[in-house]
Design a protein around this ligand. Structure first.
Ligand code: SF4
Length: 443
């Protein structure tokens, strides 16, 4: 990358010119400002402000080899690290909680969703010991209840999910090292209590808690939530999609779904495919109504739904979010989880974007529309999002000059485990994993 660039992403580079000309800050300009004043103690993890005896920093040169409480540098750094783990784990726990209540409400017929992958539902029920000789909706309810209980498994109980999915060889080792996890709620509570001043000041103990928390996150939250999303919306299979900001057309009412939890995005997409809602958008002077994927919610949609004239694809990652809003083409940004950064208000104001939160965990300044998520209200929430976006279109279109980078690329999305196994088979995959000849990376 040439030194004059700040991003590999051509669309971002183009939009940053507009952002600078319009006098707004961006993640890139704020990074530059922070680079000049970074604290070397914070960079090394050896600063702490957990209690009123601090803030403390570790400096052997200054004769301060421990905090006031006596904690050493390794434990201080590990405790800082564990607190970050806790935030990630709790967010996955929250995502899982929302997934399981959505599945349960769907089984009860209270949402606009239906069970899409019944084979996966039955497979999950078999794996977790639920009698599969029952009606599909009953299976969904029972699985949702079981998975929800798994979030809350305490140390006096055994996790069904860990027993069902963890590698056999690992389990005795985890028990020996006290790494065998229980439900994420207990593990988060245990870890956060350990971070309190003068509770756990041992870096090995803190590191083991981070490992145990990670295992709990995978087995009692992540696997269940991913399987639930597949059961509800379909197991991803590879298909061609469109990505990048060139997917935007300013003449449409454009609603972008941003975060990680696809419930309201899917419900809105279902509605947007109906002529009635397209007609509503046309009545407001638009060519129609479009759904745009942003960040991980975009990926959740992209891997399970075909790109067409209603769902137009994925705009990019979170570093592209501010440039995306600066295109002047977005009518509503609907947020529910991560990557909903706090300085979007200046973009909402400048480029006429309605900010909508559909989760109680979101708190972006300037968000005018807040709708706590209730699975039974997902249809109504989708309807509200469409109405807000159409109203916004009337204010945006013609008033904000659009600027759309002409970059639109093809990509292949939908590589679920099943898709990979279908393509190359376990007989080939497993030996490669065992021999270490296969590596995975996240770009
Ligand atoms: S917990 Fe210890 S290191 Fe942290 S601020 Fe308090 S005294 Fe200082």
């Amino acid at each position: 990358m040439s030194e004059s660039r700040v991003s590999y992403h051509d669309s971002v580079e183009e939009m940053l010119k507009r952002i600078r000309d319009d006098g707004l800050s961006s993640v890139f300009s704020r990074w530059e400002a922070q680079e000049k004043i970074r604290c070397k103690f914070c960079l090394e993890g050896v600063s702490c402000q957990l209690c009123t005896h601090g803030p403390c920093r570790i400096s052997e040169k200054a004769g301060a080899d421990k905090g006031v409480c006596g904690i050493g540098p390794d434990a201080m750094a590990m405790r800082n690290f564990l607190m970050r783990n806790i935030m990630g784990a709790a967010t996955y726990g929250h995502h899982a909680f929302e997934a399981f209540r959505t599945l349960k409400a769907t089984g009860e017929g209270k949402t606009s969703f239906t069970i899409t992958d019944t084979d996966k539902l039955k497979w999950m029920c078999e794996k977790t010991g639920i009698n599969t000789n029952q009606d599909t909706n009953q299976l969904a309810i029972q699985l949702a209840e079981l998975l929800d209980r798994e979030l809350k498994i305490n140390p006096d109980e055994e996790s069904i999910m860990v027993e069902a999915f963890a590698p056999k060889k690992r389990k005795p080792l985890w028990r020996k090292l006290n790494l065998y996890p229980v439900g994420i709620q207990h593990e988060v509570e245990n870890c956060i209590a350990s971070c309190l001043t003068n509770v756990d000041g041992d870096y090995v103990s803190l590191a083991k808690k981070a490992l145990r928390l990670g295992l709990s996150t995978i087995y009692t939250a992540q696997i269940g939530l991913e399987m639930t999303q597949d059961i509800l919306f379909g197991t991803p299979m590879p298909h061609e999609v469109d990505v990048d900001m060139g997917i935007m057309d300013p003449d449409y009412v454009n609603i972008a779904f941003n975060g990680h939890q696809p419930w309201v995005g899917v419900a809105t997409l279902q509605k947007a495919k109906k002529e009635e809602y397209q007609a509503m958008a046309r009545k407001a002077g638009a060519k129609g109504l479009r759904i745009v994927g942003s960040i991980e919610t975009g990926q959740e949609l992209l891997q399970r739904f075909e790109v067409d004239d209603v769902f137009v694809g994925l705009m990019g990652n979170w570093l592209a979010l501010e440039p995306f809003l600066a295109t002047g083409t977005v009518d509503a940004l609907v947020m529910e989880e991560n990557c909903s950064p706090p300085a979007l208000d200046q973009y909402a104001e400048k480029y006429q974007v309605a900010l909508i939160s559909v989760s109680t965990i979101i708190g972006v300044p300037g968000t005018e529309h807040e709708m706590p998520y209730y699975p039974a209200k997902v249809d109504e929430m989708a309807e509200n999002c469409i109405e807000i976006a159409i109203e916004n279109f009337k204010k945006r279109h013609g008033a904000i000059k659009p600027m759309v980078p002409q970059h639109k690329r093809k990509a292949i999305a939908g590589f679920s485990t099943e898709a990979v196994l279908q393509a190359i088979g376990n007989d080939l995959l497993l030996p490669c994993h065992v021999s270490g000849n296969l590596s995975t990376s996240k770009v």
